[in-house]
Design a protein around this ligand. Sequence first.
Ligand code: NAD
Length: 294
Amino acid sequence: MTSIGFIGLGNMGGPMAANLVKAGHKVVGFDLSKAALDAFAGEKAASAAAAVKDAEVVITMLPAGPHVSSVYADHVFPNARKGALLIDCSTIDVETARAVSRAAAEKGFTMLDAPVSGGTGGAAAGTLTFMVGGEANAFERARPILEKMGKTIVHTGPAGNGQAAKICNNMILGISMIAVCEGFALAEKLGLDAQKLFDVSSKSSGQCWSLTTYCPVPGPVPSAPSNRGYQPGFTAEMMLKDLRLAQQAAAAAKAATPLGAAAAGLYALMEEAGMSKLDFSAMALFVKGKRTPD
Ligand code: NAD
C-alpha cells in the first residue's frame, strides 16, 4: 500500500483516483470544487497542503499549465514530504512541464510528467495510456502506481517528453480527423454512400483511428460519438487546447507544422461557431457548413 496525495478530482482525476483506492492504496484527495471532492471515494482533504503532507507519491490532474505551476509552487513544494515522488498527469505545455520539473529538482524532489490518452472512459476502466517524461529510476518507482490507472505505460525520455509525446500524438489525431471528415463530405457530394466509403477505406491506405474507431459519420462504427449527436467523448475545445499547445511547442522549437496550424484554425472556427462542447468529430458537420446534427 502506498500513501498517495491526489489533487484535481475532475472528469479524469476522479475516476483515476478511484482506481487507486480500489487497488488498496491510501488516497487523500483534494479539489477546489466541492462537488468533485464530495464524489471522491477516498479520504477527503480540506486543502492541497493537507492532501500532500503525508504522501509518498503526489499526483496532480489539473486543467492547464498555470494551475500546475501554482499548485506545485504554492502547495506541493512547501508541504510535501522529503523524498516524495511527484507525478503530474495534466496535459500542459512542454516548457512549463520542464520548468516545474527543474523547480522540483531544486527543492530535492523527483518529478515526472505523465499525461494520458484514453479519455474519461479509459480513466474509469483503468485502461489509459501514460506517456512519461523524467528519470528512469523515477519511472520505475511510478510504474506500479500508474499500472493501476492505465494499460500502456511508456517512458518517453527526460522531463517534458511525456508532454511532447502527448501533443505530437494529438496533433496527428486532430489533423487525421479533419482528413476523414473531408473524405466523407466529398463522398456525399459525389453520391457515394458513407458505409461504402468506410468499407473501402477501413481496409485501404486511408485507414486510421479517426476512421475505424471514431468514425465521424453515423452508422459504420456504432460506439462512435457521431451516433449520439456528437456528445463527447473528447470535446472540440480540448482538441483545440492540445493543438494550441502543439503550435506553441512548434514555434519554440522552430518546427514547421503547417497542417497542425491549419487544424488549430479549423477547431478555433468550430469554437466560434458555438460547437466547442461537441465531440471533436463534429468536424464532420462543420466541414459541410452545418452547426448541429439536424
Ligand atoms: P476537469 O476540469 O474535469 O478537472 C480538473 C479539476 O481540477 C477540476 O475539478 C478543478 O476543480 C480542479 N482544480 C483546478 N484548480 C485546482 C487547484 N488549484 N486545486 C485543486 N483542484 C483544482 O478536467 P479533466 O477533463 O479532468 O482534465 C484534466 C486534464 O487532463 C487536462 O489537462 C486535460 O487536458 C487532460 N485530459 C483530459 C481528457 C478528457 O477526455 N477529459 C483526456 C486526456 C487528457
